[in-house]
Write a protein that binds this ligand. Structure first.
Ligand code: HH2
Length: 294
């Protein structure tokens, strides 16, 4: 579809380098390692506390810039987890990992955000864009921390796939994120603390996911760093013929590199070592010189 006239002013400049986020090094895509402390994560990597801590440490050793810790699966149809249980799962992991690296807490519950920030988390990652819990905006604003906000229809993973109907998914997702950034800015969260995320796989068909990746540069026009989480997701398995989520490393890397070429600043991934290796090649090629990651 043609870009409507009122979007022309938002068309992004050529993506020179990813925008900075959370005070982390700008100029290169950041790798956010997924540490799921859940028994039912779609990617099959949910684990208990000890294993989650070990996984986080291994991700840092492999070069992760951020660790994203979550205690509630958000895959389609997942059972909701109350904040008390969510905190019981993630706080021991968070306390162990927060001293080692920037940690983001992946939650839609304000109580969990507050407890995680008190335990050392430095970033909030909310798949509902601070819409599920009425207290979430105040927690993030008052803590003065960066926040990643993601698009999904509604705020309940159990029903989001049924809502996967759009006139133009890219314009609607971009419009939602643009408006949400403006609303959060008006509520006291400065734009420079916000990363935006199209929500790959959240209330989207495979065609919607591909359209969002193909036209990701339009989201760069919002003026916030782009976070993309496509790692091991179902549409990759469909495209590559890989039914088992844990076997989708290669398609995840291919998708990650495409997203980076499209302007993604933060990649939320399960397979950190492989992603870091792939980015080393991409950066050398994109910048015209090799050399180790500084
Ligand atoms: N910002 C952001 N957060 C996210 N959190 C969870 C998942 C789902 O992936 P995963 O955590 O691996 O699965 P589960 O939610 O089943 O644990 N995807 C995203 C995403 O794409 N973007």
């Amino acid at each position: 579809a043609a870009i409507p006239p009122d979007w022309q002013d938002l068309l992004p400049p050529l993506v020179e380098a990813p925008l900075p986020f959370a005070g982390l090094p700008a100029g290169r895509p950041l790798v956010m390692g997924i540490v799921n402390v859940t028994p039912d994560s779609f990617s099959g990597d949910g684990v208990g506390a000890a294993a989650a801590i070990a996984r986080g440490e291994a991700m840092l050793a492999a070069g992760a810039d951020i660790l994203d810790i979550g205690g509630e699966s958000t895959r389609p149809g997942a059972d909701p987890v109350p904040p008390e249980e969510e905190c019981r799962r993630i706080l021991p992991v968070l306390r162990a990992l927060a001293p080692l690296a920037p940690v983001s807490v992946d939650t839609r519950h304000a109580a969990t955000m507050a407890a995680a920030l008190a335990a050392g988390a430095r970033i909030v990652n909310d798949v509902t864009a601070l819409r599920h819990d009425p207290g979430a905006v105040a927690v993030v604003r008052d803590a003065g921390v960066p926040v990643a906000i993601m698009h999904m229809p509604g705020t309940d993973p159990r029903t989001m796939q049924a809502a996967a109907r759009y006139d133009d998914v890219v314009l609607e997702v971009a419009g939602f994120l643009r408006d949400r950034v403006a609303a959060l800015e008006a509520a006291g969260i400065p734009r420079h603390r916000i990363a935006v995320d199209p929500g790959i796989g959240f209330g989207k068909t495979i065609e919607h996911n591909l359209a969002l990746l193909e036209r990701l540069p339009l989201l760069a026009g919002i003026g916030c760093p782009l976070l993309v989480g496509l790692s091991r997701k179902r549409f990759l398995g469909t495209l590559a013929g890989i039914p088992e989520a844990g076997q989708r490393v290669v398609p995840s890397i291919a998708g990650a590199l495409f997203a980076v070429c499209q302007g993604a600043a933060i990649l939320r991934v399960h397979d950190v070592a492989e992603t870091v290796q792939a980015l080393a090649v991409w950066r050398a090629a994109a910048s015209g010189h090799g050399g180790p990651r500084e």
